[in-house]
Design a protein around this ligand. Structure first.
Ligand SMILES: Cc1cc2nc3c(=O)[nH]c(=O)nc-3n(C[C@H](O)[C@H](O)[C@H](O)COP(=O)(O)OP(=O)(O)OC[C@H]3O[C@@H](n4cnc5c(N)ncnc54)[C@H](O)[C@@H]3O)c2cc1C
Length: 642
């Protein structure tokens, strides 16, 4: 019988229906033909407790999920209330994985329990399979309503994507992502097509510094802008979630106002020579400042916590994109005349069929920066981002400073290996904690797909960090009063797809100072390319975790080079701009352009060019061909509001 029987509300996801009404269910040979379900999305829990939402891999594994990122200390329970379609016996399935199983590592560190109405299920989750799957939680008997809690047992990166209660105890849910997506969206009451989210002049996708600056620059020229960002904060790698300090010289002649906007949205902090500002306190990245500036721009509609997942194209032009809210799952279609891909991974251009380059070989890797704190230092304790901050402060108050850390047999075994921070090991001239924490070179995935394998790459970074800290604490018995204070769970990426424009800039252009009439944003970073660092790679073939960088005369080009506008739009998708690390450069050309103030300035140029497209009714290429003088004149004007 094709009958849908919804119960409850989307808010707490207590919905039920007949499985036979789901397209593809029979085709997928699902065992069940008629049954009641409750599908609970982890990201829709009413209270996340100490768990974090992670959307980085949703295309690959099917959904955002909750992560118990406790740095070895179990995080507070995530909780929610649900309503069942009827009382009685249900079989419970929990979608999760054993995150260290891809390396056949022992111990399953991401263990957690599901507690229903105060009683934990007998099954412990996060203990099976290298891939996301439905872990059988066996049967339980429930009343009409129940409270659920995800109870982390370790603090070591346990993860839960969804929970499914099935009245038919013989029902086996699918692990096929496409069929599962159709199943979950139907159960969660989402319509088959996205609602209309608006029509704009210009849609910017990706709210890193490049995208945020592009949106502001266009809006201040009167362009109606939508800014789509898949995290709750703006800034990308320059946000408090990733904590990279933005480099690159700005406001240089002959365009001294290029750089106004990126400097306006960044905190007013001048980095002292030698000062390390990667991975430091959240205040150094001032997420709120960026959000406040965007919210005060009347021409910008911000779609925060929304991920662009689909692109519609007609005759080499993007007509619209579909975005999905990372918590509610609500999808919207937004249309525009112009689009800017500022996702870093060229997500939009790739989906639209834009020419691009990307080879999964000898890439620069991704990093998850981390810091440590000294429990004897009151200021560090009070300022820390630790999830158990109050407990830590209390312990220190009564003079108990010891910070034990458990052995991590599932992490990288570094007990007989050199690594930065280990006694007697110098890395770029530093040793001890100065070379261990806050360092960019904890980097991996050099030969892995930075788009499609980012969960694996991020997890390898975790294994390196935990393995190193375990060795420092438990093998070398150093730093008894220190603990891991913070680490990023959103990976900081450096290199993936690059979209091709009418000019593809190479490192040789920098070194030769190739002149372009459309030169418009200044680059000042050296040709900075990363490879695995040879001192630390032995025994980790394919799983290297520390990087080196290119240096010396051959990677320098003087202090400044002005890069051309033609690197900032697609050569074959006629209404697509790009700004950030996915612009039109070769692999070596990426080295100097990828620092964040430079990315922000690309955004400023793109935003102003978009305004010319709107007022002159042309595409990005025609701005170069017919209106270059207008663009260069506009670049001389202030970016700030006057
Ligand atoms: C550890 C590390 C150290 C570095 N050191 C420095 C340094 O010292 N100084 C410096 O300036 N640069 C440094 N870099 C390089 C720099 O951080 C990047 O090159 C830069 O962040 C690229 O900027 P972007 O705006 O293109 O991308 P990002 O900063 O990655 O921003 C892109 C944004 O788009 C969002 N997004 C992605 N896909 C979607 C989607 N489908 N829908 C909606 N939103 C989406 C992402 O969540 C992200 O917020 C470092 C990088 C790393 C990883």
């Amino acid at each position: 019988m094709n009958r849908r029987n919804f119960i409850g509300s989307i808010g707490n996801t207590s919905l039920a229906l007949l499985a036979s009404s789901i397209p593809g269910v029979n085709a997928m040979n699902w065992k069940n033909t008629s049954n009641e379900f409750v599908f609970v999305e982890a990201e829709q829990f009413a209270n996340f407790g100490g768990w974090n939402i992670d959307q980085q891999s949703m295309e690959q594994m099917g959904s955002p999920y909750l992560l118990a990122h406790g740095l070895g200390i179990p995080v507070e329970d995530a909780t929610t209330n649900i309503t069942f379609p009827s009382e009685g016996k249900y079989r419970v399935w929990v979608r999760t994985k054993d995150w260290v199983a891809p390396w056949n590592a022992p111990g399953a560190p991401g263990k957690f329990q599901l507690i229903v109405d105060g009683t934990p299920l007998k099954e412990t989750f996060g203990t099976k399979s290298a891939v996301w799957h439905w872990h059988d939680g066996k049967t339980i008997t429930v009343g009409k309503n129940a409270t659920l809690a995800l109870h982390d047992l370790t603090g070591f990166e346990g993860r839960c994507e969804a929970i499914l209660f099935c009245k038919d105890t013989s029902f086996i849910p699918t692990n096929d992502i496409k069929a599962l997506t159709a199943f979950r969206r139907k159960l969660n009451g989402h319509p088959p097509t996205p609602a209309l989210g608006g029509n704009f002049d210009f849609v910017v996708i990706g709210g890193g510094l490049a995208g945020t600056c592009a949106a502001i620059a266009a809006a201040r020229q009167g362009v109606k802008v939508a800014l789509v960002q898949d995290r709750p904060v703006l800034g990308g790698n320059g946000s408090s979630e990733v904590r990279v300090w933005p480099e690159g010289h700005t406001n240089k002649e002959p365009y001294p106002h290029v750089g106004d906007i990126v400097n306006e949205i960044l905190p007013n902090i001048i980095k002292a020579p030698g000062q390390v500002l990667n991975g430091v306190d959240a205040k150094y990245y001032d997420d709120q400042k960026k959000l406040d500036i965007i919210k005060n721009e009347p021409n910008i509609q911000l779609f925060i916590e929304n991920r662009a997942i689909e692109v519609q194209v007609k005759e080499h032009k993007i007509t619209s994109i579909v975005i999905q809210h990372i918590r509610t799952g609500v999808q919207l279609k937004i249309s525009a005349k112009l689009f800017a891909d500022c996702t870093g991974d060229a997500v939009i251009g790739y989906k639209a069929g834009a020419d691009y380059e990307y080879k999964v070989e000898n890439l620069m890797g991704s990093s998850n920066l981390f810091n440590v704190l000294d429990a004897t230092n009151k200021e560090e304790v009070l300022n820390c981002d630790c999830k158990d901050k109050s407990a830590l402060a209390l312990k220190c108050e009564i003079g108990d400073y010891a910070q034990p850390f458990p052995r991590c047999p599932w992490a990288l075994d570094l007990s007989d290996k050199p690594f930065p921070g280990r006694k007697g090991v110098k890395t770029f001239g530093e040793e001890g904690l100065d070379s261990f924490a806050n360092m960019w070179y904890w980097e991996s995935g050099f030969n892995k797909d930075q788009v499609n394998q980012i969960e694996l790459i991020r997890d390898h970074n975790f294994r390196a960090m935990y393995g190193a800290w375990d060795t420092i604490k438990n093998v070398d018995h150093m730093y008894p009063n220190h603990r891991l204070g913070w680490s990023a769970y959103i990976a900081g990426k450096r290199e993936s797809r690059r979209l091709m424009g009418d000019v593809v800039l190479d490192a040789e252009d920098f070194k030769n100072h190739t002149k372009f009439e459309d030169a418009c944003f200044p680059c000042s970073w050296h040709v900075d390319l990363h490879t695995p660092k040879k001192e630390f790679k032995e025994g980790f073939d394919g799983n290297e975790f520390i990087s080196d960088y290119t240096r010396g005369e051959e990677y320098q080009y003087g202090n400044l080079y002005w890069a051309p506008y033609r690197t900032l739009y697609s050569r074959n998708i006629t209404n697509l701009f790009m700004a950030g690390r996915n612009i039109s450069v070769t692999k070596t050309g990426l080295g100097p352009v990828r620092v964040m103030r430079t990315c922000g300035m690309m955004g400023e140029v793109v935003g102003k060019a978009a305004s010319i497209c709107v007022t002159s009714n042309v595409g990005p290429k025609q701005v170069y061909e017919k209106h270059l003088d207008k663009l260069l004149t506009l670049l001389k004007e202030p970016g700030k509001k006057v």
